[in-house]
Design a protein. Structure first.
Length: 190
């Protein structure tokens, strides 16, 4: 796979600025999206709902909500799209940043590109999941159960990708730190 497309985007200082912008935006949007979901009164956690694989279970969640709460839950999905955009962009710029810390066309360097693209794929899965949530909201008493199954499949894929991304980012940063410490140690011995 050729990743040279990314070689000239977001150079140096601009990349660092984008990381700071998206980290700040991520923190703000995380607070906003959690508030939006909290005020909707959805009766269970994200994980329980998103990984339910059950239309009947999700219908039971909606059954204990008022029409106003269901409407707020719909708006929370719209807010979530902004959050998805922000975290996808954050992962993308961190992946590009990490790639630039390793030699070109090495396994570690290429993995930075993979992280960047995986963040976009995770966001697409999350956005697709939201489409099915909105479809379920629009017919919350009798939507086809397959909507919940598809919604949960997208959620599962999103969670797997995000888990792998987080672990790989931690690993790459650890390698960078270890290399810097070795360099400092070697320089101090001279």
């Amino acid at each position: 796979m050729r990743f040279s497309l990314f070689d000239n985007i977001l150079e140096g200082k601009r990349l660092n600025q984008m990381i700071l912008i998206f980290i700040s935006s991520f923190i703000i949007m995380n607070l906003i999206v959690n508030y939006a979901f909290t005020i909707s009164g959805y009766p269970v956690s994200f994980m329980e709902s998103q990984l339910s694989f059950s239309g009947e279970l999700i219908k039971s969640h909606f059954s204990v909500m008022t029409n106003n709460q269901i409407e707020l839950y719909f708006y929370a999905q719209i807010v979530d799209y902004v959050y998805i955009f922000v975290y996808s962009c954050l992962i993308f710029v961190i992946g590009i940043y990490l790639e630039r810390r390793f030699q070109k066309r090495t396994l570690l360097g290429t993995s930075g590109y993979v992280v960047a693209l995986s963040g976009i794929v995770a966001g697409i899965c999350d956005a697709s999941e939201n489409v099915f949530i909105i479809l379920m909201i629009n017919n919350h008493t009798s939507f086809p159960n397959i909507y919940a199954i598809i919604h949960s499949c997208f959620a599962l894929l999103k969670f797997i990708l995000l888990g792998c991304i987080i672990l790989w980012i931690i690993l790459l940063f650890a390698i960078i730190i270890i290399r810097k410490l070795k360099l400092i140690s070697n320089n101090s011995k001279k």
